[in-house]
Design a protein around this ligand. Structure first.
Ligand SMILES: C[S@@+](CC[C@H](N)C(=O)[O-])C[C@H]1O[C@@H](n2cnc3c(N)ncnc32)[C@H](O)[C@@H]1O
Length: 344
C-alpha cells in the first residue's frame, strides 16, 4: 500500500492514535459497534410524520465569550460572516493541538494553580483541563467528528461514476474527500465564504491523513490522500455561486442547524439548485442527545458563535421532506444525523 511519509507501516484494518487525530483504516464495524454507532432507516413513511409528533429542535443558548464581548462592545448582534470567521479560527486551533502534550500541560497547570490558592486561576485551569480531555475523547478516542467509518456507512451505495461533488460551507473539506475516495476519479468544488477555511483549515489539513476508498481498477480498497483529489476551493457566499445544475452530489455538514425555521427552506434550495436531475443531496447535522448538549456547554467558548440547533433524525428529515426532497437513506452515525435525498 502506498503510504504517507510519517505513517509508514500503516496497514489495512488498522486504527492508530496520532497526536492530533485518529487514523482508521478499518473497513467495517463489529456488530456490537455498528449497533452502538449507526442506526439507519428507522422512519418508514415520511408523509406520516408531523411536527406535532416529532417536536422542535433543541436550541443551544450558551454562547462563546468572544461573541458576547463583541456584541457588548458594538451594541448589535454579531453579523453571521464575522461569527463564522471567529468560529473557524477558534475550532481550527483544536484540530492542530498535540493532544497528549496539551493534556499533560493542562494537568500541571491545574496542580500549580492549586498550590497558589487563587480561586479564579484554579477555575480557569480546571476548565482548560476538562476541555482538552473532552476533545481527546470526542475527536481522538471516539473519532466522533470526522467519524470515517460512520461516514462511509452513510455514503455507501450511491449510483455515481466519477462524480462532481459540491461541498457547501466546506470548512476543512473532510467529507467531500471521503466521498471522492469512495467514488474516485471525479472532481470536488468546495465553497466557504470564510477565506481562513480555504487557506488554513483546508490548506493545512494533514497531507498524511488516509481516506479509505475504492480502487477503480480492482473494485477493492485503496487509500487516498488530500493530494490525490482534484479540488477547486472557492471563497464565496453560497448565495452567489455561478453554477447551474452541474453536480452529481451536493453535500453540507453542519449547515442546516445554523438557520432558524424561516430560513430552512432556502438552505434546502441551495442544495437542490446545483444538482443534476439524478443527483444526490447529502446533509448531516449534530444529533440532540445528552452528551452533545454537555459537549456544546463545555465547549461553548470554542464552538458557539452562531445560532445552533441540535435535532433528531426525524426533525432533520422532516425539514428536508417538507421542502420537496425524496429521502432515500437516513439515520445517525455517532454524533451526527445524516440524510441522503433526491429532488422530487
Ligand atoms: C459549522 S461549519 C460546518 C462544519 C464543519 N464541518 C466544521 O468542522 O466546522 C459551517 C461552514 O459554513 C460556512 N458558511 C456559512 N454560511 C455560508 C454562506 N452563506 N456561504 C458560504 N459559506 C458559508 C462557514 O464559514 C463555516 O465554515
Amino acid at each position: 500500500m502506498e503510504l504517507a511519509p510519517n505513517l509508514e507501516e500503516l496497514t489495512m484494518e488498522e486504527t492508530r492514535l496520532q497526536p492530533s487525530f485518529r487514523v482508521d483504516l478499518r473497513t467495517r464495524f463489529s456488530e456490537k459497534e455498528y449497533n452502538k454507532f449507526v442506526k439507519l432507516n428507522t422512519v418508514n413513511d415520511w408523509s406520516q410524520l408531523s411536527w406535532k409528533d416529532v417536536g422542535r429542535p433543541f436550541e443551544v443558548k450558551s454562547f462563546a465569550k468572544e461573541k458576547k464581548e463583541w456584541e457588548q462592545k458594538n451594541n448589535e448582534p454579531l453579523p453571521a460572516h464575522t461569527s463564522w470567521t471567529m468560529f473557524n479560527k477558534s475550532f481550527h486551533d483544536w484540530f492542530v493541538k498535540d493532544v497528549p502534550t496539551e493534556m499533560d500541560r493542562s494537568k500541571k497547570e491545574f496542580m500549580n494553580s492549586l498550590k497558589k490558592f487563587k480561586l479564579n486561576e484554579t477555575k480557569s485551569a480546571l476548565g482548560e483541563m476538562v476541555r482538552i480531555h473532552l476533545w481527546n475523547y470526542a475527536h481522538r478516542v471516539e473519532d466522533g467528528i470526522w467519524d470515517p467509518r460512520g461516514k462511509r456507512a452513510l455514503f455507501e451505495g450511491l449510483d455515481v461514476q466519477k462524480p462532481k461533488i459540491l461541498f457547501l460551507g466546506a470548512a476543512e473539506g473532510y467529507e467531500a474527500m471521503q466521498l471522492s475516495a469512495m467514488y474516485p476519479g471525479g472532481e470536488i468544488v468546495m465553497v466557504d465564504y470564510d477565506p481562513f477555511c480555504k487557506d488554513t483549515r483546508f490548506g493545512d489539513f494533514p497531507e498524511s491523513y488516509p481516506f479509505l476508498g475504492t480502487n477503480p481498477q480492482t473494485g477493492g480498497h485503496k487509500v487516498y490522500y488530500k493530494s490525490d483529489f482534484e479540488i477547486d476551493y472557492i471563497v464565496e457566499d453560497i448565495r452567489k455561486l455561478p453554477f447551474g445544475n452541474d453536480f452529481d452530489i451536493v453535500i453540507s455538514v453542519g449547515l442546516l442547524e445554523h438557520f432558524p425555521d424561516e430560513l430552512k427552506s432556502e438552505v434546502v434550495d441551495w442544495h437542490r439548485k446545483f444538482l443534476k436531475p439524478s443527483g444526490y443531496i447529502i446533509m448531516t447535522t449534530p444529533r440532540v442527545q445528552l452528551r452533545s448538549k454537555i459537549y456544546y456547554e463545555i465547549m461553548a467558548d470554542v464552538m458557539n458563535h452562531t445560532y445552533r440547533e441540535l435535532m433528531t433524525i426525524e426533525q432533520m428529515g422532516l425539514y428536508m421532506y417538507e421542502n420537496g426532497l425524496d429521502i432515500l437513506k437516513h439515520g445517525y452515525i455517532k454524533v451526527h444525523n445524516g440524510v441522503i435525498a433526491r429532488a422530487k
